[in-house]
Design a protein around this ligand. Structure first.
Ligand code: ATP
Ligand code: FE
Length: 332
């Protein structure tokens, strides 16, 4: 018995087919639109939706052979860009009706958390750091339907700040991997940047101040002409500070209570500096650290399928007239 899952919440068109009993992936494909959005320095929603219209049916054609064994259709319905979510949801509705299969609506953020458990058993409870393009959150994940938000960002997200810093220097999109690459060659101590909310006793995040500090340094440098060395040094100093901010707040959380299990998920969890810093912190505190495989950090349908397997077992279905897309979610 298989589940077909669809992901289209942002700029990745992806479909997976997961075996309900073994949790193994029978099929998984993703077509990324990064190149098409790169010239704009960010995702253009209308363009993204059009590209999903092209890509999703193309992928679907490839997995027709599995249709007879399908037991349910799952799709990301929130949070994300409404026009792109709609493409996946519309396809899921059509499949549900034509194949006469139940429909499962999946929360994209739970998907990122379950990227840890693709082709594996779930390990919960767990404290999770979710760092992605739209979110920077600390979550107490007790079970699939018992997740509590502990902290989030007051403004920009961790991943978004990499995108914006890259855009300031016309480095392309997504900024995360590009800034990380340049940072490796740069001097992280050349520019002094303020660690956000350093004095605040609260566990919360903020990236707009750091972004503006980078902008000001760049404006100064640009007067004399920005060279490659400047770019690399800015990237290194920025990345160091962005990670230091996360680390400070996670340390604060561990002061309150040391969790048994901790995890980092989301597209920006691919960041090596962040992974290394958290690895050391968890080791020092004897916390089990879980990381998603690099290929499952960014958006994909395999993680949606993994959540769907649990929802299928719980019989958490939704009807075609009830399913709706949501840009943001207040609660899990
Ligand atoms: P959300 O999941 O919050 O809806 P999203 O799905 O758009 O947002 P993801 O695909 O999970 O986000 O992650 C993409 C983000 O991760 C981008 O902002 C990208 O720059 C960032 N990112 C990717 N790799 C790295 C890296 N190595 N370092 C820092 N950031 C990174
Ligand atoms: Fe995502």
């Amino acid at each position: 018995s298989l589940i077909l899952s669809i992901e289209s919440s942002c700029d990745d068109s992806s479909i997976a087919i997961t075996d309900i009993e073994t949790k193994k992936l029978v099929y998984h494909k993703k077509i990324s639109q990064e190149l098409q959005h790169s010239v704009y320095g960010g995702v253009v929603p209308e363009l993204a939706a059009r590209l999903h219209v092209e890509a999703l049916p193309k992928i679907l054609e490839e997995c027709k052979e599995y249709f007879p064994r399908l037991k349910a259709i799952a799709v990301t319905n929130a949070p994300g860009l409404s026009v792109t979510l709609m493409e996946g949801v519309t396809m899921a509705k059509a499949l549900s009706i034509s194949l006469d299969l139940p429909l499962i609506a999946v929360n994209h953020l739970k998907g990122h958390i379950y990227s840890l458990f693709i082709e594996k058993e779930e390990v919960l409870p767990m404290t999770v750091l979710l760092v992605s393009g739209g979110h920077t959150q600390l979550i107490e994940a007790n079970s699939l339907n018992d997740m509590k938000l502990i902290a989030s960002t007051l403004d920009d997200s961790f991943g978004e700040s990499f995108d914006k810093v890259a855009k300031m220097m016309n480095l392309g999109y997504p900024g995360g991997p590009i800034v990380q690459e340049k940072a490796l060659k740069g001097d992280e101590n050349r520019f002094e940047l303020p660690v956000p909310l350093r004095q605040s006793p609260n566990i919360e995040f903020s990236y707009s101040g750091l972004k503006n500090a980078v902008r000001m340094k760049l404006e100064k440098l640009e007067k004399e002409g920005l060279c490659e060395e400047d770019v690399c040094d800015i990237c290194a100093s920025f990345e160091k500070t962005a990670v230091a901010h996360i680390l400070q707040k996670v340390k604060k959380l561990f002061k309150q209570k040391i969790p048994k299990n901790f995890a980092i998920v989301g597209g920006a969890s691919a960041n090596i500096r962040l992974r290394t810093a958290i690895e050391e912190l968890c080791k020092a505190n004897k916390i089990n650290l879980y990381l998603s495989e690099l290929k499952y950090c960014s958006d994909n349908a395999a993680m949606i399928g993994r959540v769907a397997v649990e929802q299928y077992k719980n019989k958490e279905f939704i009807t075609v007239d009830k399913i709706d897309v949501k840009t943001r979610l207040k609660e899990f």
